[in-house]
Structure formats: C-alpha cells, structure tokens
Write a protein that binds this ligand. Structure first.
Ligand code: ADP
Ligand code: MG
Length: 266
C-alpha cells in the first residue's frame, strides 16, 4: 500500500506570514503529487512562493494549513527527509570541495573517512577531478554549483529539491550544467523537484512543469512534457517543444496581465 504512494504529496498546503504590515497570504492551497523517480519543475514569477513551498517540503517551515506526505507518511515539519539545495550554494569557504560534499553524510552520522571514500570517486566521475582539495573561492560559478549539487545528491535521501541552481550562471555554462544534471539524474534515479524562472530549462529537463501564479501563490497550470529521452539540445527547436513553450509563456503572461489589472484597480 505504501509503496504505491507517490514519492511526494503536497496536500492542500497554504502559508500565511504575519508581518509588521499585517497578514500576508503567500500560498493559497497548493496540491502536488510527484511519483517516484520523476523530474518535476515549478516555474513562476519572482515572489510567487516557490522557495516557500520548498522550505515547507524540507520541514524548515510549518505550513499554516495542509500536509506534506513523503512515501505516504506525514512529513510536515520534519527535517532530514529531503536533500535541499538552497538558492545560494552555501559552500563552506573553510572546507575543501571534497569536505564540502561530505557534509550531508557527516550530519547523517557517516564517519569522515568513509564519507570521503564515498565522495571521492563521484567527484572524479562528475567533472570535479583536480578540484577535490581546492577551496570553494578558487572555483568558477559552474564548478561551485557542481560541488553543491553533488553534496545534495550525496545526502542519502531519494527526494531532492533544487532551487534555481543555475540561475546565476552564464548561458553557456548553464547549458553544460543542464546536460550534467540529466546525467546525474539518470545515474542516481532520484526524484527531483526543480525551481527555475527559465521556461526553456524547465521544459528541457522535466517530465512535468507546474506553472505558478502570484498573490497568493498557487498552481495555475500543470503541463506534461512528453518529449522522448534522452533529450537532445536540438529538441528545443522542434515544433512540439515550441508548442509547449508557447503554452507555458501564455500561462505566465495571462497571469502577469491579470496581476497588472489588479494593481491598477488597487
Ligand atoms: P519565490 O521563491 O517564488 O521568489 P518566496 O517563496 O521566496 O518566492 O516568497 C513568496 C512571498 O512570501 C514573497 O512575497 C516573500 O516576500 C514572502 N515571504 C517569504 N518568506 C517570508 C517571511 N518569513 N515573512 C514574510 N514574508 C515572507
Ligand atoms: Mg525563490
């Protein structure tokens, strides 16, 4: 019974913040159901509540309403159930790349020597050979993100949350990182929930894209991405890809226009 449950269920989750300016309704009830092994993206305008949903799933924030279910069990407000890469890479500057990537394992109680022995071959296999003993400030933006992502994957959970991991990278590096992430996803078989504001990136990577609207944050469309895998870079030029992109952009634009009308009325 439990094995047939989705990996993750965000069940009618809402969030209200109390601020000095009053009550702020950040999330209307949001419901998401994500099967094991899928790659699912959330896209939406800045401030629509993407990071808030992630903080709630990670158990860092208690929702005002609703529940988070992982493998069919209530995980609301429980930390340690997901690997979470925050919008900032948060590598520790005083630790080498290798010792940054073992952090999650250390927290889970794996002895340091064993954690290093597990991590080292992965660093070498996934593009960080020669960087193992350098400190983060000696690395380029792309290499830092690789280290932060590997650290998240090495945290021994099968659900991971990635909040705009490539948002600050230049266009060329970003494309390389997308290929790299696809390789890791297929090798590790994890369930990934991914936040981006780049529509093309969301489509290229995902099995399903949820488009969010703002004020309060909510899901306004769920768009399946039936493009075959492995995906080729050129697939973003196909009629099928372009049609999906148009649909996503239309949802975001409709939402933007509606918001503008509301602002004018206010
Ligand atoms: P996104 O990640 O989609 O850009 P966030 O989830 O960071 O959006 O924020 C959603 C909204 O909730 C924003 O308007 C933000 O200012 C507000 N918000 C987030 N955290 C807090 C908080 N702790 N207190 C008050 N408001 C918050
Ligand atoms: Mg955010």
């Amino acid at each position: 019974m439990l094995s047939s449950a989705p990996k993750l269920c965000v069940d009618d989750v809402s969030m209200t913040f109390k601020t000095s300016a009053g009550v702020f309704h950040a999330l209307a009830p949001v419901t998401l159901s994500i099967p094991q092994g899928r790659f699912v993206s959330l896209i939406g305008p800045s401030g629509c509540g993407k990071s808030t949903i992630f903080n709630i799933i990670a158990g860092l924030l208690e929702p005002t309403g609703g529940r988070v279910m992982i493998d069919g069990a209530d995980a609301t407000g429980t930390i340690g159930r997901v690997g979470y890469m925050l919008q900032k890479d948060l590598l520790l500057p005083w630790r080498t790349v290798l010792d940054n990537t073992v952090l999650g394992m250390e927290i889970q109680g794996v002895p340091l020597r064993e954690a290093r022995a597990r991590s080292l071959p992965l660093l070498q296999r996934y593009g960080l050979a020669g960087f193992e003993y350098l400190y983060p400030n000696a690395l380029s933006g792309g290499m830092r993100q690789r280290a932060a992502l590997l650290r998240t994957l090495l945290f021994d959970t099968d659900l991971i949350l990635l909040d705009e991991p490539f948002g600050a990278l230049d266009a060329q590096t970003k494309l390389q990182m997308q290929e790299w992430l696809m390789q890791l996803w297929s090798d590790f078989g994890k369930t990934v929930l991914f936040v981006t504001h780049d529509v093309e990136e969301a489509i290229y990577l995902s099995d399903e894209v949820h488009v969010m609207g703002t004020r309060p944050g909510r899901i306004i469309a769920t768009i399946p991405i039936p493009l075959p895998r492995p995906r080729l870079r050129m697939s973003s030029l196909t009629a099928e890809f372009v049609a999906i992109k148009q649909r996503c952009l239309a949802m975001l634009t409709v939402e933007g226009a509606a918001q503008e009308t509301m602002n004018q009325a206010a």
